[in-house]
Design a protein around this ligand. Structure first.
Ligand code: OXD
Length: 302
């Protein structure tokens, strides 16, 4: 009799991934890897039955103990924290969950409205009991929201802002209609969603921020794509504000000048969260598509 395929799941957050995955993958014996650093007797006893791993950062040595692995499915959208060279040579699928993309889009939209309606300026004026003070919010159609790194999630952000009447423009390396500095110059808000790799480390630097001028930078992608020193200098100049959800080092060290900066809002990497309730069906669909040799969204090119 054929053995039931085992899916092992990294123990992340509150451990609810296992029941949600088990619900949508009845053909699998879904088990938790309790502690990636300690050999887990239960999962290891059946190492050769393990066909799928759902993980964020299980070590490559652990993955190498599964000789019949068919695929690795990530619990998040990014994968820059993994050393692809060391991973088993099986499909690696990042999580493209529309619910997560929507979460990010709403985070962005709330800040876009905040700045388009001049709430930051009115808050400053309230401190001196100033009425209007020459501030007149621009209309939605005249407020330009740009997404730098307009992939799947970026397109959701653009669509959400466009549905609310904002003027939108996307920029990605493979698809753009203007040079990068022109893109920054044309935007009132730039949303950074560019994936982190060696080519994009610090890609938003002094010249991009100078082009953005008195605009706003929102970073919901990866912290290291922005040159923090250049950002602090731009904030000493015309840059209106920065809203940062991601950082070079997380948690953001308490000594970072970003914490106290009056023009910077820090949020603790919460713009888009992985939710096992919505992610489990997406992962189940990827498993089915892989087994049917069909196209899989989120397949990482290696
Ligand atoms: C992700 C993230 O990559 O949370 O999913 O940043």
């Amino acid at each position: 009799m054929a053995r039931t395929a085992v899916m092992v799941v990294e123990g992340i957050d509150d451990g609810t991934w296992v029941p949600h995955l088990a619900d949508v993958l009845p053909g699998f014996d879904v088990r938790l890897v309790a502690d990636p650093d300690v050999a887990d007797a239960d999962a290891d006893a059946d190492a050769d039955a393990v066909t799928h791993v759902v993980m964020w950062k299980l070590p490559a040595e652990r993955l190498a103990t599964y000789p019949n692995l068919e695929a690795i499915l990530l619990m998040g959208a990014g994968y820059n924290h993994l050393d692809l060279e060391t991973l088993p040579d099986v499909p690696l699928i990042r999580l493209i969950d529309p619910a997560m993309a929507n979460d990010i889009a709403l985070y962005v939209l709330s800040w876009v409205i905040h700045f388009q309606r001049d709430f930051d300026r009115f808050a400053a004026m309230a401190r001196t009991s100033t009425w209007r003070g020459g501030v007149s919010p621009v209309f939605t159609r005249d407020f330009v929201v740009g997404v730098f790194g307009a992939g799947v999630i970026g397109r959701t952000v653009l669509d959400t802002c466009a549905q609310h009447g904002f003027n939108t423009v996307g920029w990605s390396r493979s698809e753009h209609d203007r040079p990068i500095e022109q893109f920054f110059a044309d935007c009132d808000v730039v949303v950074d969603l560019v994936p982190l790799n060696e080519a994009t480390r610090g890609v938003i630097g002094a010249s991009e921020l100078a082009a953005l001028d008195d605009g706003v930078l929102i970073n919901v992608g990866r912290g290291a794509t922005v040159d923090t020193d250049a950002l602090l200098q731009a904030l000493d100049g015309p840059l209106r504000a920065a809203v940062l959800d991601v950082f070079d080092t997380e948690p953001l060290p308490s000594a970072s000048p970003l914490w106290q900066h009056p023009l910077v809002t820090v949020t603790p990497h919460v713009a888009g969260r992985s939710d096992p309730v919505t992610a489990a069906p997406v992962i189940a669909a990827s498993v089915a598509a892989l087994r049917a040799d069909a196209l899989v969204e989120g397949l990482v090119e290696r």
